[in-house]
Design a protein around this ligand. Structure first.
Ligand SMILES: [Zn+2]
Ligand SMILES: [Zn+2]
Length: 214
């Protein structure tokens, strides 16, 4: 469903008030968006919410839309903080912009890449998607650090998570780049892997920063 950014923010605030704080409705004064804003009319027009005096209620698909917007917001937080290393206030602010892009299947791709996280960086639950229950049922763990592979197991590099640009360059020079196949040959005392026809050895700290998809 195509909604304006503000309409999505209203749904999020409502979902937190109703589903997480156990209220029957959300008080419009506490949503943080001007009660005269036309986004309210957008949501009532689509039959997602009903307004009674100063109270906002979910109707029909409204609650599910709210659940999905919260899911996208919290996945955006995880993506920004864990992968892009944008934290604190800036991370919070950017997550509010980023979440609106995580639609049409992009939320699922992000969820798979992050290995179906259960909580956001603030410790709040991320409503689970179909991808999460499928992964759980099939025992497919999605993206793992290289240290989780066994010797002679192979994977595709998903991303590198390091704040150290020297390390990043070192890894890139070895061909540790997203999309490349990596075969782990040995995991003790150091990690030895093969990419293409070349073999390299790295320590555990570095191996922990390479994330692969099996
Ligand atoms: Zn959060
Ligand atoms: Zn998932």
């Amino acid at each position: 469903m195509k909604l304006s950014d503000k309409a999505e923010e209203i749904l999020e605030a409502m979902w937190i008030a109703i589903e997480e704080n156990g209220k029957e409705f959300a008080d419009i004064k506490e949503i943080g968006i001007d009660p005269e804003d036309q986004s309210y009319a957008e949501l009532t027009g689509l039959g997602l919410i009903a307004l009674k005096e100063r109270r906002a209620y979910f109707i029909k698909e409204g609650k599910e839309e709210g659940r999905q917007t919260i899911r996208r917001h919290r996945l955006a937080e995880r993506l920004l903080m864990d992968v892009l290393d944008i934290r604190g206030e800036e991370g919070d602010r950017r997550a509010c912009q980023f979440e609106h892009l995580l639609k049409e299947g992009i939320d699922t791709k992000v969820c798979i890449m992050l290995n179906h996280p259960a909580t956001c960086p603030h410790g709040k639950n991320i409503p689970q998607g179909e991808c999460c229950s499928e992964a759980r049922n099939s025992g497919n763990l999605g993206v793992l650090p290289l240290t989780e592979l066994k010797a002679n197991e192979e994977g595709e590099i998903a991303f590198i998570q390091t704040k150290d640009s020297n390390k990043m360059h070192k890894l890139m020079a070895m061909g540790v780049l997203p999309g490349n196949r990596i075969l782990l040959l040995q995991n003790f005392p150091s990690y030895i892997f093969r990419i293409g026809y070349s073999e390299f050895a790295i320590d555990t700290d570095m191996a922990r920063e390479i994330f692969v998809r099996q």
